[in-house]
Design a protein around this ligand. Structure first.
Ligand code: GLA
Length: 631
């Protein structure tokens, strides 16, 4: 624990948040965008990763085989750029100097005549092909396969110390090796090393691995040491900046939605896993999808939610299940998820390549505005997702989660388009064009997702609701003082555990986070009996940063939401423009919504602060009803 003491000198741990002695007031305006700005992920990364297809048994032929297919099939031209090596590449850490040694028997180009094995020839080759190259490591001393792998396949070899291949204690040395010496452009940093090697873990007790007191408890956010995990990532970020002077790198956080990372991953890296591993099962896909789909405010250019890699090509998503495979792809595209193919492309049939290559859906995922879709209609059976695109169109997905046929009625309201004007639709699977006004019914097959690009007349003619542009919003402080598991995430039976144990319970903290068009607890927005179809739901004691791109007014109707338990405390709503206070309003539950209308011409960052001065830790839902930026 010496490391922790040295990086956290004046820090108090309060219910998962950090209050340091000199901490500035977290609700004070900063006049800047404080989410992660390092690296290069203006758009969700696209590419290929070895894990789903090969687990640890990755080698150069398999990797280059898929890379070559990405070129040959035209997928490279469509944007698939990263070729990422996952777990299984390392042989050992040389104890004399701490250098990592590659499994050169599996990566022959790494074996040079003189000197240590190096990935430089491989990354050079990938770069010449137009790709970027990604590598894999772990926050702890050991990796996930060392914790969980059933067989010995391609696990590190040698003494206990030689098998300590993770970043812990070697972070700067390893990142220099990966980026400066070997020429990688991306790294996925896993976390099993700080979760699975407690002194009483069987593989530690048997002497196979050294103990590292866990910093993450996957089953309890309260028992996870969040500041310590963040401190490890802070070290990584320093080294990434040092060894990538051009800033062209991509940091992928892989702590599976634990330790409240669904709230802070956006402050630390470019993509961040929101759940445990996906498997090629419909039900598991739902878990991973659910873990990201309500987190639209936590994704934006530079840092994206990552519900895990695509599993198209196997199990419920193989060529015999095209409906399911298409749904998986469409949902990931709508959520601005990284599009990382997990299949062995050497053997994938054309029908699946066509899914990966759907240019219309790729364009939706890669749309410059960077707005993750939000939920316009919600149920356990059917959902309607809507995503605002840069040119003013909307992408809309009608998603049948169930194994029975369903009917979905899409309304102009779902799209925030006028009901009395025609709405044009283009089907993203068939290319068919159609038109409706008011509403239109669609029949969905079991597990089907229909996706359209929709053009219509906006209900809000002179601007955009804040909830339509989550890509411009950063919930810098979301008011969640006690992180709690989100009960809305589908609880599947993980394939690797089956029905052993007691089953999956709500696991992923983030419940109570900022929500578009809903309260933090997923209720409709309402202030003193007045319902708001648009707006931002957030807890009191929060601060939201909004990038203002050319709008001249900010308007909203604010109040404590009717769903709040507490009617005693007053909440003060303040709007700042580049750090300057523009307006305030104070109100409590039961009082009519108060209007705010301020000039934001020339303002780059609008900040929305809701403060309950007498209830600093109270998780009190407040609503920025109809919050909008106007021309
Ligand atoms: C974890 C990650 C996976 C994969 C494996 C490798 O389970 O979540 O994506 O990287 O480790 O061992």
């Amino acid at each position: 624990m010496t490391l922790l003491r040295s990086v956290l000198p004046l820090t108090l741990l309060v219910a998962g948040t950090t209050l340091s002695a000199q901490s500035p007031d977290p609700l004070a305006p900063t006049a800047r965008w404080t989410a992660y700005q390092g690296g290069s992920a203006q758009l969700p990364p696209m590419g290929w990763n070895s894990w789903n297809a090969f687990l640890t048994e990755i080698d150069e032929e398999k990797l280059m085989g898929s890379a070559q297919r990405i070129v040959d099939t035209g997928l490279a031209k469509k944007g698939y750029r990263y070729i990422n090596i996952d777990d299984g590449w390392w042989l050992k850490r040389r104890t004399s100097d701490g250098r990592l040694i590659i499994r050169a028997d599996k990566f022959p180009s790494a074996q040079t005549d003189k000197g240590d094995p190096t990935f430089r020839p491989l990354t050079d080759r990938l770069h010449r092909m137009g790709f970027k190259a990604g590598i894999y490591s772990d926050l702890g001393r050991n990796s996930c396969s060392q914790a969980y792998s059933e067989g010995p396949a391609q696990l590190p070899e040698g003494s206990v110390a030689e098998r300590e291949v993770g970043l812990y204690g070697h972070s700067d040395q390893d990142l220099r090796l990966f980026f400066a010496e070997w020429g990688f452009d991306a790294i996925k940093v896993d976390g099993c090393g700080i979760r699975a090697f407690a002194a009483d873990a069987p593989r530690v007790r048997s002497g196979q691995y050294r103990a590292l007191p866990p910093l993450i408890d996957q089953h309890s956010v309260a028992r996870s040491n969040i500041p310590a995990v963040k401190a490890l990532f802070a070290d990584i970020n320093q080294s990434l900046a040092r060894y990538n002077p051009d800033g062209d790198y991509m940091l992928s956080l892989c702590i599976w939605g634990s330790a409240n990372v669904r709230a802070w991953g956006k402050d630390v890296g470019n993509i961040s896993r929101t759940s445990d591993d996906i498997s090629p099962d419909w039900s598991r896909m739902l878990t991973n999808y659910d873990s990201a789909v309500r987190r639209a405010f936590y994704a934006h250019p530079g840092s994206w939610n990552d519900p895990d890699m695509l599993f198209i090509g196997k199990g419920d998503f193989d060529a015999a299940h095209l409906t399911e495979a298409r749904s998986h792809f469409a949902l990931w595209a709508m959520m601005n998820a990284p599009l990382l193919i997990g299949a062995d492309l050497r053997t994938v049939p054309q029908s699946l390549l066509d899914i990966f290559g759907n240019g219309d859906l790729i364009a939706i995922n890669q749309d410059a505005a960077g707005n993750q879709a939000t939920i316009a209609f919600d149920s356990d059976d059917l959902q309607i997702l809507v995503k605002s695109l840069a040119n003013g169109d909307k992408a809309v997905a009608l998603f049948n989660r169930t194994a029975t046929p369903m009917q979905a009625v899409l309304t102009a309201d779902h799209l925030k388009f006028s009901a009395d004007k025609p709405i044009a639709l283009k089907d993203m699977w068939t290319g068919d064009a159609s038109q409706f006004s008011g509403e239109q019914a669609f029949d969905l097959e079991p597990h089907q997702t229909l996706v359209f690009r929709a053009t219509g007349q906006r209900q809000l003619r002179d601007g955009m609701y804040v909830s339509e542009q989550p890509g411009r919003v950063n919930p810098a402080v979301d008011g969640v003082s006690y992180p709690e598991p989100d009960p809305t995430i589908h609880r599947s039976i993980p394939g690797w555990r089956g029905t052993r144990g007691v089953g999956e319970r709500p696991l992923y903290a983030g419940w109570g986070g900022a929500m578009p068009d809903a309260t933090p607890y997923n209720q409709p927005l309402a202030i003193a009996g007045k319902a708001f179809g648009s707006g931002v739901g957030v807890l009191a004691n929060s601060r939201l940063e909004i990038r203002n791109e050319g709008f001249s007014r900010f308007t909203a109707q604010v109040g404590v939401d009717d769903s709040a338990r507490d009617a005693a405390h007053t909440v003060r709503f303040t709007v700042y423009g580049d750090g300057r206070r523009l307006a305030s309003a104070s109100t409590r539950r039961g009082e009519a919504a108060k209007p705010i209308d301020v000039d934001v011409r020339g303002v780059a960052i609008v900040e929305l602060v809701a403060q309950a001065p007498d209830a600093p830790g109270e998780m009190l839902p407040v609503s920025w009803g109809d919050a909008a930026l106007r021309r």
